[in-house]
Every structure is written in C-alpha cells, then in structure tokens.
Write a protein that binds this ligand. Structure first.
Ligand code: FMN
Ligand code: ADP
Length: 316
C-alpha cells in the first residue's frame, strides 16, 4: 500500500475506485466497504484509493482538547488498511483551503484531476465542499460530464458503520472488551514505548513494563485488569495488563502496565504492541502490598483460565 501525506503527492492511477471517510477503528462496517471497493477494482482492473483526513481541524485548533479520542491512531489505521490490501491511502490535512473549495471545485480538482476517480463509493449522507454544501446529488449530476460512476452505500450500512464506532468507543470506556472486539473484527490494540516506572514491580515478583503511548488522542480503555497478548520485537506473549492510578501505592499518574508471562528481558525503550482480549476485574485499593501480591497471583490464574477458554489447546 502506498501512503501519501498530502493530496498533492498523489499521481492519478488507472481506474481509481475511491472512497472517502474517517475509518476510525477500521471495524467490520468499514471492512465491508473496503471489500466492496476491492471487488469493484478487481472487476475493472483498477486500483483502490481511500481518502482520509488528518489531523482533524479540532486537533489543530485545540491540541489540548482531551475529548478527541480515537480507536486507532493514523499509523494504526494505515497498518490495518494495508493488511486489508488497500492500494493507496491519501491522508490529507483538513485545511482551510481544502474545506473552502466549492462542491464543484472539489469534484473537478480533487476527485477527477488529482485522483483520477473512475468509481466513487460513497455514503448517502456524505457532505463535502464549502459549508458542506456538496453531496451525493452533486456527484450524480457531474458524473456524466467527468466520466465517473457513483455507487451509493445504502443508509443501513452507513448507520451500521456509525453505530459500530460509537459502540466500540463506549464499550472500551466501559471495559467491555468482548463487545468492542466483536464490532472491530479483531482485538483492540495499543502501541507504545516501554518506559521506566518505580521499579517496584520486580520486588513484588511481578515486573510490569510501563507503556507510553505515541499519540495523546488514542482512546485508552477503562481502568482495570485485562488478559492481553503482547508483541515484543516480533514475538507474541500472553500477559496481564493494568490500567489505573495504582491506588494501593498512591500513584499519581494513570499507568498502562503489563506483566508478560514466561518472559524475562529488559525491554526499556522498546516498542510494544498490546492486544486486549478480556476484562478481568476493576482496580482495587488494597490496604497493603501483601494483599496486592496475593491478588496478582489470582489475576494470573484468572487470565490463564480465560486463555484456555479461548483456546482449549493452550497449555498452561
Ligand atoms: C495484573 C495487575 C493488576 C494490578 N492491580 C492493581 C490494583 O488492583 N490496585 C493497585 O493499586 N495496583 C494494581 N496494579 C499495579 C501495581 O500496583 C504496580 O504494578 C506496582 O505498583 C509496580 O509498579 P511499577 O511498574 O511502577 O514498579 C496491578 C498490576 C498488574 C500487573
Ligand atoms: N515478565 C516481564 N514482564 C514485564 N516486564 C519485564 C518482565 N521481565 C523483565 N521485565 C523488564 O522489567 C521492567 C519492569 O520491572 P519493574 O520492576 O516493574 O520496573 P518499572 O517500574 O521500571 O516498570 C520492564 O520494563 C522490562 O524491561
């Protein structure tokens, strides 16, 4: 997959089959649209193109705005689309100039001239151009003149897409990982760098790699303990993760930590990818570290039991 960080970098391709959208999470609804795109491209000997906007204007105007939380970072989105076999991903900033184009200019200059659109797959409610005045009706009106075809994504499918994104965000914030994963079609994951903590974990017998996320707009699931799968330097491990303020030790920051099973390596500054499989329990304020350690032993048993349920062949 080729990635372009501005629409101007794109060189028109043969029979471009195009769709436009945010695609946050690249969930099952998005996957359906992407497979449709691929079928159309295959049938016409064309290439699939996704146009997405990043950063969102709200992110530029209010970088401190804590409310913008996305299921996937732009890098994660690109990697998921690549796995799905998308040919071209254009990530263009949602600038003032861009949003000030009239609907007709947008169709002519962006879709036709810059992308070379032959087929556009678009939701019934998609708006574009200055004051969001453009829509499906403009695409249909100008299609014969510019020689492209318009395929409308049915209302039901668009609603499914919107419902899924909201549902996934809510589920993650409620610790309902199973629901989020079902809507995503793959396990929710985060990526980050291992940073130093208080070095207390190893003394408790449970070293925990502390993660620093790359992007502050990434949605972090609710506080609690999770069964996870961790990828370090290309290898997968099981583990138990913790998200919270560590009330037992009066922690000040919201930590994301993971104790990796059957693992004993120093991995400070390494990149780690963590998939969330199940929610295990809520955060607890223990009266002593001894009680926390007893609970950590139980957590490990609970996580291993969940992994056996997922995969009866799993050998603890
Ligand atoms: C599976 C798991 C469950 C945890 N549960 C709790 C908890 O319920 N309450 C709490 O205060 N801290 C909890 N912690 C966090 C520990 O307090 C933390 O790992 C310990 O303070 C070590 O921190 P360090 O990595 O900064 O050295 C948990 C950690 C793990 C890995
Ligand atoms: N099984 C393991 N799980 C997680 N981290 C481990 C493990 N074994 C060794 N480590 C290393 O130990 C560090 C965690 O130990 P810990 O005492 O909790 O220190 P810190 O407070 O700096 O995270 C990790 O960052 C990693 O480099």
């Amino acid at each position: 997959m080729k990635i372009y960080h501005h629409i101007d970098e794109f060189v028109p391709v043969k029979n471009a089959v195009v769709t436009i959208g945010t695609f946050d999470g690249v969930h099952i609804g998005h996957r359906k649209i992407i497979s449709r795109l691929k079928e159309l491209a295959a049938a016409s000997g064309g290439e699939t193109v996704i146009l997405t906007f990043f950063p969102h204007p709200r992110m530029i105007l209010h970088p401190e705005d804590e409310n913008i939380k996305l299921i996937t970072t732009i890098a994660e989105k690109a990697s998921l689309m690549e796995q799905l076999g998308v040919d071209h991903l254009i990530i263009t900033p949602f600038s003032r100039d861009f949003s000030n184009q009239s609907a007709e200019e947008y169709i002519r200059d962006v879709l036709v001239k810059k992308i070379g659109t032959k087929t556009i797959v678009i939701g019934y409610d998609h708006r574009f151009g200055k004051d969001r005045k453009g829509g499906l009706e403009d695409l249909l009106r100008l299609a014969p003149e510019y020689g492209f075809e318009v395929l409308e994504i049915p209302e039901q499918d668009i609603n499914d897409v919107a419902i899924s994104s909201t549902r996934i965000r809510t589920a993650l914030l409620d610790g309902e990982i199973d629901i989020a994963n079902e809507c995503l079609g793959y396990p929710f994951f985060i990526t980050g760098k291992v940073i130093r903590g208080d070095q207390l974990g190893r003394q408790l017998g449970y070293p925990t790699a502390n993660l620093m996320l790359e992007e502050q707009y990434k949605l972090i699931p609710s506080d609690g303990i999770y069964a996870v799968r961790v990828n370090v330097e290309g290898k997968d491990y099981n583990g138990m993760a913790y998200i919270g303020h560590r009330p037992t030790v009066n922690g000040m920051t919201r930590n994301i930590e993971v104790n990796i099973f059957d693992f004993n390596q120093e991995i400070y500054n390494k990149q780690l990818r963590m998939e969330f499989l199940h929610f295990v329990r809520h955060d607890i304020h223990f009266a002593s570290l001894d009680e926390l350690v007893v609970q950590l032993g139980k957590d490990k048993e609970d996580v291993l039991a969940l992994l056996v349920l997922d995969n009866p062949q799993f050998n603890t």
